[in-house]
Write a protein that binds this ligand. Structure first.
Ligand code: TA6
Length: 289
């Protein structure tokens, strides 16, 4: 990890992109790129990675980083006229002052406002903020404010790529009874009937109105990550599996085995914000041995 610092306190990351390094006294570490307000790394006290990032990821302006926690805003996936997953993940966010009263957590606050290039795609005035707080957990709070004089709709997600030792031995617990849209079955609407969702092929599901607490058990690593959310009604489970992994240029052919996306989002129904209104969604990740 390069320690070269810029005058604004950021360090030089992959591709020369600025990043903020967070450290918590008990040993956790995280890094956040200004590019996309993208959390690209979270490690435990032993230095073990809890997030997946592709060895083939691009690290350049205009491209999305493959892995970590992409911020999806103001459009989830390709459900609208904007570039897939919106533009927030390919813009440079500004590093802002952090609220001092966060109970000792190491924090970074990033901000994105509308400009000519965003208004050319999406004609609205907004302020988006991502607060990243690292203590025993990693907590991301996404806030969106309507700073204009007319209402707008958006969808958003924190597209978390969890690192697993072997996705074939991973299970997502807590979704039984939850309705979902199965994107790999032509958008068929189904209801989850399993106590634990396992991945045995391409998986791309939007669980609508998912519980605020899921557990992701990585049996190969002997570890569980608890995914808690607030304000995000939905959860998405995604793994590209073999064929799609081969089609994605920024993902190695075998890397799908080491990742499982368990995303927190407001994706099934758009959020509507009137002028002056603000919305907030929080994701908290915690690991258990
Ligand atoms: O959230 C799941 C999903 O929308 C999938 O359909 C899959 O395409 C994935 O996101 C990754 O999208 P990306 O544009 O980053 O390749």
């Amino acid at each position: 990890m390069s320690e070269q610092r810029r005058s604004d306190g950021t360090a030089v990351g992959e591709g020369g992109l600025p990043r903020v390094l967070l450290a918590y006294p008990s040993g956790g570490r995280a890094e956040v790129y200004l590019h996309g307000a993208h959390v690209t790394s979270w490690t435990d006290a032993e230095g073990r990675p809890l997030l997946f990032v592709s060895e083939r990821s691009r690290w350049e302006p205009g491209a999305a980083i493959r892995g970590g926690i992409p911020v999806v805003f103001p459009q989830f996936a390709d459900r609208g006229p904007l570039p897939k997953h919106g533009f927030a993940r390919t813009r440079t966010w500004e590093l802002a002052e952090t609220d001092p009263d966060l109970g000792g957590a190491a924090t970074a606050l990033l901000r994105l406002r509308d400009d000519e290039s965003t208004r050319a795609l999406w004609p609205h005035s907004f302020r988006a903020e991502l607060l990243v707080a690292l203590d025993e957990s990693l907590t991301l709070t996404l806030r969106v404010a309507n700073t204009g004089d007319s209402g707008f709709d958006f969808t958003a997600a924190l597209h978390t790529y969890l690192r697993v030792d072997d996705v074939r031995q991973a299970r997502v617990e807590g979704l039984r009874g939850v309705p979902y849209v199965d994107k790999v079955d032509d958008g068929a609407r189904k209801v989850e009937d399993r106590d634990a969702v396992t991945v045995t092929g391409e998986t791309d599901r939007v669980y609508v109105g998912a519980p605020d607490r899921l557990r992701v058990r990585d049996a190969a690593a002997g570890r569980t990550v608890v995914v808690e959310k607030e304000g995000f009604p939905d959860a998405v489970v995604w793994n590209p599996w073999t064929e799609l992994a081969r089609e994605l240029p920024d993902l190695g052919d075998e890397e799908y085995l080491r990742m499982l996306c368990v995303e927190s989002g407001a994706v099934a129904e758009p959020v509507r914000l009137a002028p002056g209104e603000e919305w907030k969604g929080t994701l908290r990740l915690r690991h258990e041995p």
